[in-house]
Each structure stands twice: as structure tokens, then as C-alpha cells.
Write a protein that binds this ligand. Sequence first.
Ligand code: BG6
Ligand code: MG
Length: 219
Amino acid sequence: MIKGLIFDLDGVIVDTAKYHFLAWKSLAEELGIPFSIADNERLKGVSRMASLEIILELGQKSFLPEQKEELCTRKNDLYLTYIHQMKREEIFPGVREFIENAKREGYLISLGSSSANAGLILDKLQIRELFDAIVDGTVVAIAKPEPDIFMKGAELLGLPCRQCIVFEDSVAGIEAAHRAGMAAVGIGTKELLPEADIHLSGYLDITIEKLINDIRRYK
Ligand code: BG6
Ligand code: MG
């Protein structure tokens, strides 16, 4: 029986994925590396350094470890300029209500994000109080596709992994959920997230009961 819902943040609760893309794109341009929206799918969910490694591999460039640290810092500084301007209204339509309804039904809610900036974004959106547990890149440094972030979320909720489901927009995150033994709701299309157990394009007109029934039916 499902008792816990674990939500990724970037691309699941708010479209910060586009700000990650814009910041990486600008860094890639400086380095003379072509970087497309399609390439960006591989960066979703994975750590900041793993993202840089993917971009450097695309451009067949190599840097010393301290230079890579500096590039990551520059990307993050640029990313934060977008985040500081972000408005509370940028939260995806219906997600706050969906979580509030699930809480009223007795489900426990955790955040499960690879980002070290998650706390700032939760505060910008004023949704910190929605979560019974918060697991982000400052709590668990081992990013997706490793299952550690979601396993920690279940542990903090006091639930076995099999009683949790994950909401994810990234290929790495769907893999992490499955490796943790959890069903994965893909926020996005079947084409982008072929391994997700079920797909949602948004949170309007869906209830947690219907979603859980649908997962059982389709599995
Ligand atoms: C994930 C994003 O949520 O967090 C990734 O999908 C990002 O694109 C990762 O690399 C780490 O985020 P941050 O904010 O610590 O650089
Ligand atoms: Mg995401």
C-alpha cells in the first residue's frame, strides 16, 4: 500500500530545468561547445559536476579538476541570478493543491532532489511547509541515477521503499526510483521517459487515488 510520495523539484514542481539549461548553454557557448535542448535531457537529475562532464564530453574538451570546479561555480552563479528573479507564481499549476490534497488523505510527502539549491527554491515558492521530509544535494551528495536520495526520503518518512512512489522528469531520476524499488510517475512524455510506470503532463484534474489506481492497472 502506497503511503509516501517523493517529489523531485527541478522540472516536477517548477520549471527550473529551463534555467539550468540557459546557464549551461551560456557556459558551453563560452567554451565553444554546441549544446542543444536534446543534449540537455541527459543533464536532468544528475549532479552539477556530472552535468559539466557530459558537456565537456560533447565538446571533447578536458580540464584540470580545479578548472572544472571553477566552471561549475560560474554556472551556478549564473543559474542563481535566474533563481533570485523567480516568482512564487512560477510553480506548476495544480501541484500545490495536489500535494495538499494528498496530505489530507494521509500521504506523507518528501522532496527528493539532487540540487544543492533546493532550499532556496522552496523558499522562493513558499512551499517548504508542504514537506514532511526534505532530501536534497546538501543532505545526500550521491546524485541520481543512484537510488540514495529516494532511499533517504523513505527513511525520513519512516516508510519502506515499496510504500513510496516517485514523481520525476528525468531519465536518471526514473532509474534511481526503480533502483530504490519504487514506482515512478514520469512528468513528461513517454518518448522522453520511456521507463516511467505512468506519465502525467500536469497536475490538474488528477487525484492521488486515481493515479495510484492507474499505476496498478498499467503495471
Ligand atoms: C537536479 C537537476 O535537480 O539538480 C540537474 O535536474 C542539476 O540538472 C542537479 O544538475 C544539481 O543541481 P544544483 O542546483 O545543485 O546545481
Ligand atoms: Mg528534475
